[in-house]
Design a protein around this ligand. Structure first.
Ligand code: NAD
Length: 477
């Protein structure tokens, strides 16, 4: 079906229906949540071919680049969430001080309510469905707004959703700025946004009007340090090039720029050339018709990248070619300075600037001097280098010796810090975003004899007795 924007009337009536479903507690029973999570897994497993074809239509992506970063995490994530529901939703009975032990102190996981999930175009499924899995597991209702720049993917989701999921609880809304603005005018119980920092600020400002909690998953420049004396440079280059060519470099966790000790820059370039040759042994390399590398989203982004290559003061050491208005080859640029055009913003394309530094210490200073990145990648076998980066830098994630995006690792949270966003998700962490940790205590009437001191008229004796917690001994060290 051709891409169709959801009408404003349908947005409003869908919102009202989902609000009512939540109030009616439709999504509360664990059996309902389990059934919907398994249906979501089925939606992706039974339609993998169509969903992959849609990714190919929108982004020229090979099916391997659909399966590994999108289908796998979604299907396994939904099934694991379904199987974890009992455990995640179990009320917690914290250990309390002995004298309060009869108060039945409990922490419940209660669903927040109606959730809005807004996604970007570069990974249209995983960035919307992993949060949705958390929302379903938490017992919420949810509207998902995919990017209008993925017309094939977004429309297919809109077509498949009502066939698999309960439409009174989970919906797709399609559209661009005006539809998203209409969504943001409504009151939500949580907004989960993945996209650029610029629009993230628009979303956070809209949410603030209703004091709505927000998760912002943004991008930025994720640096790489190659500790060339303490690592296999060829393996590092191969892994970096793999990370950078996925989806033609249009990935929030792409290794953005490379910091290398000056003396090793040539060796690193040679290693990139070798890796390039093994990835694309065709006559025209990555631009060859046989190449499986994805395309740049549109001519606008292509022009942005070629303009950057025109403006850089660095040296194009490998690549630099483009074809038409959607293809550009992985391009290594050496001797890039910190004030270069390539260092201004997130590159979001297959350009690899190498910034030579004196040593590890200077690499750390470069990272410290910029906004906190989503990921820092360090290639090293040295414990000391690992520790220096761990202790002296900050980022959402620190990845040693690879450029893998960890979104499919359900056991560890994924998210940014500072300019790269706030809040993190994946597995149980996604569930936690969408629940209120509601505390409960019951102070039994039989406890009354122990409460007498708190009532007026206040006395010195009562003051002394009730000051006991404030007078505890603080350990000397
Ligand atoms: P974007 O911010 O332009 O768009 C994201 C969403 O916001 C889209 O659904 C779009 O329709 C909507 N939108 C656009 N303008 C709007 C407006 N004025 N008001 C309300 N909504 C509006 O981002 P993008 O170009 O789709 O995605 C690329 C960015 O996303 C990159 O910066 C990338 O790093 C980031 N990203 C981050 C992650 C992560 O997990 N941290 C994952 C993927 C992408």
């Amino acid at each position: 079906m051709a891409f169709k924007n959801t009408t404003i009337e349908d947005i409003q009536s869908g919102y009202a229906e989902l609000r009512k479903s939540f109030q009616d507690k439709k999504t509360l029973p664990l059996e309902f949540r389990r059934a919907q999570l398994l249906q979501l897994a089925r939606l992706f497993q039974e339609n993998t071919v169509g969903l992959s074809d849609a990714l190919h239509a929108d982004l020229g992506r090979h099916k391997l680049e659909a399966s590994l970063p999108e289908m796998g995490p979604i299907i396994s994530g939904a099934v694991r969430a379904a199987e974890s529901l009992e455990e995640w939703n179990k009320p917690e009975k914290p250990a309390v001080e002995e004298w309060r032990s009869s108060w039945d102190a409990t922490i419940y996981a209660r669903p927040k309510g109606l959730i809005l999930i807004i996604g970007p175009w570069n990974y249209p499924y995983v960035t919307t469905m992993l949060p949705l899995i958390g929302a379903i597991a938490a017992g919420c209702t949810a509207i998902v707004k995919p990017s209008e720049f993925n017309p094939a993917c977004a429309q297919l989701l809109a077509d498949l959703f009502p066939k698999y999921l309960d439409a009174s609880a989970y919906r797709i809304v399609n559209g661009a700025v005006s539809e998203t603005t209409a969504l943001l005018d409504l009151k939500w119980d949580h907004i989960f946004f993945t996209g650029s920092g610029r629009i993230g600020r628009v979303v956070a400002a809209a949410a603030a009007k209703n004091v709505t909690p927000v998760t912002l998953e943004l991008g930025g420049k994720s640096p790489v340090f190659i500790d060339a004396d303490n690592t296999d440079v060829e393996l590092a280059a191969k892994r970096i090039l793999w990370g950078k060519q996925q989806n033609a470099g249009q990935i929030c966790v792409a290794p953005d720029y490379i910091l290398v000790p000056r003396a090793q820059q040539d060796a690193v370039v040679a290693a990139f050339k070798k890796a390039y040759q093994t990835f694309w042994p065709h006559p025209k390399g990555a631009l060859d018709p046989l190449s499986e590398m994805g395309t740049i989203l549109n001519p606008h982004h292509h022009a942005r990248l070629t303009e950057l290559l025109g403006r850089t003061q660095g040296t194009i050491a490998h690549g630099g070619n483009s074809e038409g208005t959607k293809r550009i080859e992985p391009t290594v640029v050496t001797d890039v300075k910190l004030d270069d055009a390539l260092m201004e913003d997130e590159l979001f394309g297959p350009i690899i600037p190498i910034v030579p530094v004196d040593d590890r210490q200077e690499a750390i200073q470069v990272i410290q001097g910029r906004s906190v990145p989503l990921v820092i990648y360090v290639f090293t076998d040295s414990e000391e280098t690992k520790n220096k980066f761990f202790e002296n830098t900050n980022s959402g994630t620190l990845v040693l010796n690879d450029t893998v995006a960890q979104l499919g690792v359900h056991e560890i949270p994924f998210g940014g810090q500072g300019e790269s966003g706030y809040g993190s998700y994946s597995g149980k962490y996604s569930f936690e975003i969408f629940v209120n940790r509601r505390s409960y205590i019951n102070v039994p009437p039989a406890f009354e004899p122990y409460l007498g001191y708190r009532y007026p008229p206040y006395t010195e004796e009562a003051f002394q007795a009730l000051s006991a917690p404030a007078n505890i001994k603080i350990p000397d060290h």
